[in-house]
Design a protein around this ligand. Structure first.
Ligand code: APR
Ligand code: PHB
Length: 394
């Protein structure tokens, strides 16, 4: 069997690309290792840049998003129990949108399902070969049987652990990585959010974040060790620590039933190239950011905007100029997103082993931010996101 495009992975990157290409009549098959329920159930960040929202709307999968999302004008910065609101809308005219990533995935997979699109679940890809030949070859397992499919292009939207990036010879792949001595202990809570925007709190005991998923569900995080043992965190201990790190006089953190607890280690990773012959990488397959600033999904959608524009141009106009520039454009944008995620992580967290001078200077950076309008404009621009270099014609 041969198709123009094989997409490996049905996460937000792969599913959105499949849907956009379908809209323009470009045949593609999605191969996903896990079940649909598993893919939809993964809980991740929930903050979208305006460009990511616009891409969903333009692609025709933004209706529920527009109905159910929460618009945030800016963020609150907490510095040792003092709250300061930074109003992005007032500073630069745009804010951010809160809509859970699992909802994004559900909406796109539902659209693909309704259209009868070829998404093969529980079909783990085994190998990608012949990247530099006239057709790439992909093998996968379905119902215990190994199958093969060939394609003009393969898109590796298979996340950090997927086989696509690993199929690139080591001497053709340059990567950069940083592991932080930190994790985030996250809780999902049945309680109305205690603020109308996210609260990023720096405290001598560590970072804490108040976010939300809906008017009834709060999402809260505490800086912890990368290998923190959840058994040591009773609900009461979580609430006390959140109160200590983010509380301020005259403000109450609403409590409610904690229905999920998780620990995520913090990591930065990226590839210097996102193309190898007939294979393109997109999303987490090519880059991972620490969650401070919620750039994971947004970077993935920036990749998909350019890649879909390139593939559409290639197949409908016989012009490969965007496709040929995809890797350079995507890597360049991603490096700036890496820089923001790394610097935002460095701003708020307490790093083990830092001396009192470094700690005080770190706090001074935040004090400068909440006092200086020029610093706030720069922060607002980075939080709300860099432009997408190309948009698919839809
Ligand atoms: N064969 C087929 N599918 C695979 C394989 C394989 N061998 N290996 C992994 N996959 C699938 C995974 O099961 C997953 O559903 O690829 C998909 C990758 O999805 P994500 O990890 O969600 O990556 P991506 O779509 O790029 O989304 C980026 O995810 O981690 C967050 O913060 C990140 O929000 C960002 C988003
Ligand atoms: C979230 O809602 O999960 C979230 C919000 C903001 C971040 C990171 C995560 O910076």
């Amino acid at each position: 069997m041969h198709v123009p495009v094989v997409i490996v992975g049905a996460g937000p990157s792969g599913s959105l690309l499949a849907w956009i290409l379908r809209q323009r009549g470009i045949e593609n098959v999605v191969l996903e290792a896990r079940s649909r329920e598993y893919v939809e159930g993964r809980i991740r960040a929930g903050v979208m840049e305006q460009n990511a929202v616009d891409l969903m709307i333009r692609a025709g999968v933004g209706d529920r998003l527009q109905k159910e999302c929460m618009k945030h004008a800016g963020v609150i910065v907490g510095i040792n129990n003092q709250h300061h609101f930074i109003d992005f809308e007032k500073l630069i005219g745009i804010g951010v949108t809160v809509y859970g990533q699992s909802e994004v995935t559900k909406d796109i997979l539902a659209a693909l399902d309704k259209a009868g699109h070829d998404v093969v679940y529980e079909a783990p890809v085994q190998t990608i070969e012949n990247h530099n030949g006239d057709r790439a070859k992909v093998t996968y397992i379905q119902d215990g049987i190994e199958k093969e499919i060939s394609a003009d292009f393969v898109v590796g939207a298979d996340g950090y652990h997927g086989p696509c990036r690993k199929s690139i010879p080591a001497d053709a792949l340059k990567t950069h990585e940083k592991t932080y001595p930190l994790g985030w202990l996250g809780v999902m809570v049945k309680a109305a959010p205690s603020a109308n925007v996210a609260l990023f709190a720096h405290h001598d005991r560590g970072f804490a974040l108040l976010s939300m998923r809906s008017p009834e569900i709060s999402r809260l995080y505490l800086q912890c060790a990368a290998d923190e043992n959840l058994d040591e965190w009773s609900d009461e201990r979580v609430w006390e620590e959140l109160d200590t790190r983010m509380g301020t006089s005259g403000w109450t953190l609403e409590r409610g039933e904690i229905f999920q607890k998780d620990v995520t280690p913090l990591r930065s990773f990226f590839c210097e190239s996102m193309q190898y012959g007939r294979m393109f990488l997109a999303g987490d397959a090519a880059h991972i950011v620490p969650p401070t600033g919620a750039k994971g999904l947004n970077s993935a959608f920036a990749d998909i905007s350019v890649l879909s524009a390139g593939l559409i141009q290639h197949f409908t106009k016989d012009d490969s100029s965007i496709l040929d520039s995809y890797s350079g454009i995507a890597v360049e944008r991603n490096i700036q997103t890496q820089r923001f995620s790394w610097s935002n992580t460095s701003k708020y967290h307490v790093f083990p082993g830092t001396n009192s001078f470094d700690r005080r200077m770190q706090r001074a950076e935040l004090e400068y931010l909440v006092r200086d309008e020029t610093a706030q404009i720069s922060y607002a621009k980075q939080h709300t996101g860099l432009p997408f270099a190309h948009w698919p014609e839809l």
